[in-house]
Design a protein around this ligand. Sequence first.
Ligand code: COA
Length: 242
Amino acid sequence: MLLYCVRMINLIFIQFILLKSATITVYCLQKQYLKDINSHHMYRIRLRIDSTREDFLEWNKKFDKFLQISFKQPYSFGSPLKYCPEVLVFIIPNRTQISGVLMAQYRDKNKNLDDNFYICFLSVLPEYRKFGLASTLLNAIIQEAYDTDVQKVSLNVNIKNGEALRLYRKCGFLCSKYESNFYPPSQYDESDAYYMTLLTKYIRVPSLVCKTTQALVIPTEMKTASTAVCVKRTVVTINKFH
Ligand SMILES: CC(C)(COP(=O)(O)OP(=O)(O)OC[C@H]1O[C@@H](n2cnc3c(N)ncnc32)[C@H](O)[C@@H]1OP(=O)(O)O)[C@@H](O)C(=O)NCCC(=O)NCCS
């Protein structure tokens, strides 16, 4: 009986430890300088689970605020860093202000998903647009996918977001799915999205992606198929009484 009680106490103690360790999530951020463009400093911010969480909370708040301003959305994006921990960021020199950010998530084929970097957010503050910041951020994540043998880079974009669409097409992304009602009501007055992908097998010169079309060789049939899939499905209603 005594032995049984000791065993039970042991078991409860182990369960308590396991439960406690399962509920504690702590984070550590690595900040690595990459390069400068138009005097903005580019960094990679990497989230690691196993250290203190102050940095994480601070950066998460910064990114949330940045996204609200640059996307002109009044609501919070929640915990963007938690879901999209692959971050490339531009910071304005001599100030701590963020000028542009790309936040991505690695989607693992072991979890029944395609092996890819999914770009959750790409945004630049209005006053720093058209300096090539977004192209550089995109080029960097594409290059990383290429270097690490990740099959593709993917994203969703509002079908009315002309600026972003032009940029993604320039970088070689093709629409591979039309997704109705993807977004909540937004500034575009449109909730449908294109799901766009860039397969790394089409890359010839990674450093030149987003700079010249010769950096990629995409088969014509892929382009044709993409156009067919992504034509907006317009519902034509014929009014019988006119
Ligand atoms: C879409 C967005 C990210 C583009 O950012 P950006 O930093 O302005 O993008 P880039 O500067 O790399 O490229 C944009 C244009 O500027 C041009 N450009 C780049 N460097 C330039 C320079 N030095 N001088 C003049 N033009 C330049 C590019 O050629 C490109 O022009 P094009 O569209 O005619 O080809 C930005 O408009 C944005 O943040 N929008 C709001 C958020 C958003 O909608 N994000 C996308 C969600 S899916």
